[in-house]
Design a protein around this ligand. Structure first.
Ligand code: SF4
Ligand code: SF4
Length: 294
């Protein structure tokens, strides 16, 4: 969803135009036909768990993801908090596409073409393409936003300050063929089949960490002080790009292709604890900087 779509959604929610869904409810879904239309012109924010899963799936570091132009880390325009996003590639002035979107290849055809060869050539891959079929090249490690779609989640704070998380139905694009037909899907089944829950859980923990950063003033502002900027960079590095941290890499060796989500959740806990410690040190460091100046 891009910023414009998000603003429209908030407005629709305020006006009560977005019905919230319960686990037993059904939504329109006739099955994805891999047209790839939902992987254009959107913003996909990543939380640290998305990145852990992605780097584990691809067997690379976050620095690799950044250097290859697949992911970008930046301070949020409004919040000043460290955000990560898939770096969509501009095709022209109006169109950008996800760098993970890949043509679907006919496995049997590819096998026929590569019989006796150690590895398929780019020409073999091109020849085995299925016309007009595009799919996610990181499907087993697709991020929470893509995994959940066409379900979205909205956090609404009650007067007592409690968070209520509401599910709603939002076709990934107006043209999504899977959302046009007569098929139906149960919310609970969708969540189970797409293994969404651990991603949502991690995302909740991330939101709570963000509140801690915000409350401690660990936000990057143009006119902010230098001590905070240094701590901000440290926190962003721990969250997203921690391969240089001996403490972590000894217990959780990186660059391994594994699908062990449990291990990544444990790693996430350690990273969050470190970032909380950095956030807790902000006021002390500010004080010290003030004394130095004085
Ligand atoms: S637009 Fe709909 S049918 Fe096409 S790839 Fe996305 S989810 Fe699948
Ligand atoms: S990560 Fe996969 S599903 Fe998500 S936008 Fe990119 S190609 Fe599409």
């Amino acid at each position: 969803m891009n910023t414009e779509q998000l603003e429209r959604l908030y407005k629709d929610v305020e006006q009560g135009k977005v019905p919230f869904l319960a686990q037993e409810d059904e939504f329109k879904w006739s099955g994805c036909i891999m047209c790839g239309r939902c992987c254009f012109d959107i913003d996909i924010l990543l939380n640290p768990y998305d990145i852990l899963r992605l780097r584990r799936h691809l067997g690379c570091t976050t620095s690799d993801l950044i250097d290859r132009g697949l992911v970008e880390i930046f301070p949020g325009g409004n919040s000043g908090l460290p955000l990560a996003m898939i770096a969509f590639r501009k095709v022209d002035e109006e169109t950008s596409l996800c760098p993970f979107l890949a043509p679907v290849v006919d496995g049997h055809k590819l096998w026929e073409l590569t019989k006796g060869k150690a590895k398929p050539s780019p020409e073999d891959l091109e020849a085995a393409r299925i016309p007009k079929r595009l799919a996610c090249g990181i499907y087993p490690a697709r991020p929470a936003v893509c995994r959940s779609s066409p379900l979205g989640r909205l956090t609404i704070k009650s007067k007592e300050g409690e968070d209520a998380r509401n599910l709603f139905y939002q076709p990934p694009t107006r043209f999504c063929p899977a959302c046009q037909g007569e098929g139906r899907m149960k919310v609970a089944k969708w969540i189970e089949e797409n293994a969404v829950q651990p991603y949502w859980d991690a995302s909740e923990r991330f939101q709570s960490l963000f509140s801690t950063l915000f409350e401690n003033g660990l936000v990057l502002k143009e006119d902010g002080d230098r001590a905070v900027a240094i701590l901000w960079n440290l926190a962003a590095g721990i969250l997203y790009d921690f391969d240089g941290l001996d403490l972590v890499t000894k217990e959780f060796p990186q660059n391994r292709i594994r699908e062990d989500g449990e291990e990544d959740l444990r790693l996430l806990t350690q990273l969050f604890q470190m970032v909380e410690a950095v956030a807790a040190s902000v006021s002390g460091i500010r004080e010290m900087a003030r004394c130095d100046v004085g």
